[in-house]
Design a protein around this ligand. Structure first.
Ligand SMILES: [Zn+2]
Length: 320
């Protein structure tokens, strides 16, 4: 491999948007571009829009593909990184799609593929909240709950790639049905989407005028953002929603802490903007339910890179 330019291209492929960035080794995004995913157009259509976004981002900083050390893609769902294969993605509606090969052929350069939550964990470890830490558990609170395990400095993917599906740890017996076919999974009660649903119920029951008012001001949508804003303004029902989500996260974390002895648990995704409203109850339940030894060393923190963690992690995966 040549000496390298110290620049890599990161691609965050989401269900609704493709985000592309040219990233340096400090994790700074020098140029970015985005396109709608339009997953219904199939893998070839999505690959074409990724390529257009890549060209836009390169053009914005006066670079060419040959100037880069590599290209990394974070993709939702289960993927086989070694074969560049998206095995199953509910968000994209894909099964067994050779995205790495399709994109590599379109761009004319090698492409690394990795699960999006794993990319977020790499990003946080490279230059965010988990910098320098080799034993990290990451939760991302979005439409679902994503997860990643970095153990002994390596991403742990398990016997067949399913490790880190932390959103499907069961925390509530007889809980709501989950997209995975089980019920009472963590993501049914602690995702940003679940916070939004709980907010809708509170509004419908007349328990939270603050959530209703904030939602109306932001266009009518009762979502996690409205719940978090209302909690910050002192709304008790909103704070209660976040407290319960935090307790469920604490319950899942306690099991993971006893099993894996992590140094750090990082909480990212849109739901993490709840900050202490979520993290304080999480820490309290960990103290109550995890073994005192490992519970005494773990720190629980909010992610540092926000919505860019996946993009930065996809790019920095090139240098690992
Ligand atoms: Zn599930």
């Amino acid at each position: 491999m040549p000496a390298g330019t110290g620049l890599a291209l990161g691609i965050d492929l989401g269900g609704t948007a493709i985000k592309v960035g040219v990233v340096n080794r400090a994790g700074e995004i020098l140029a970015r571009a985005s396109r709608a995913t339009e997953a219904e157009t199939g893998p070839e259509g999505v690959v074409e829009r990724i390529a257009l976004a890549v060209m836009d981002a390169l053009h914005a900083c006066g670079r060419e593909l040959s100037d880069l050390d590599g290209v990394g893609v974070g993709t939702p769902g289960i993927c086989d990184a070694a074969r560049g294969l998206v095995r199953s993605s509910g968000n994209l509606g894909w099964k067994e799609v050779p995205l790495g090969r399709l994109l590599s052929r379109r761009l004319g350069v090698p492409v690394r593929l990795e699960n999006d939550a794993n990319c977020a964990a790499w990003g946080e470890q490279w230059c965010g909240a988990a910098r320098g830490c080799d034993d990290v558990i990451l939760f991302t609170l979005g439409t679902g709950v994503g997860g990643a395990l970095i153990l002994g400095g390596r991403l742990y993917s398990g016997a067949s790639g399913w490790a880190g599906e932390l959103g499907h740890i069961r925390v509530m017996p007889d809980g709501p049905p989950c997209s995975c076919g089980l019920s009472g999974c963590l993501e049914t009660v602690a995702s940003a989407a679940a916070m939004g649903r709980a907010g809708q119920e509170a509004v419908a029951a007349g328990r939270s005028p603050a959530v209703a008012r904030i939602a109306a001001a932001q266009g009518g949508q009762v979502d996690a953002r409205a719940v978090i804003t209302a909690a910050r303004e002192g709304d008790a029902a909103a704070a209660e929603i976040l407290r319960r989500a935090g307790e469920y996260l604490g319950q899942a974390s306690a099991m993971l802490i006893s099993a894996l002895n992590p140094a750090l648990i990082v909480v990212g995704g849109g739901g993490a903007y709840a900050g202490g409203f979520l993290l304080e109850p999480m820490r309290r339940v960990i103290a109550e339910q995890a073994m005192p030894g490992p519970a005494g060393v773990v720190r629980v923190v909010q992610a540092a890179l926000g919505n860019d963690a996946g993009l930065i992690g996809a790019a920095t995966s090139v240098w690992r």
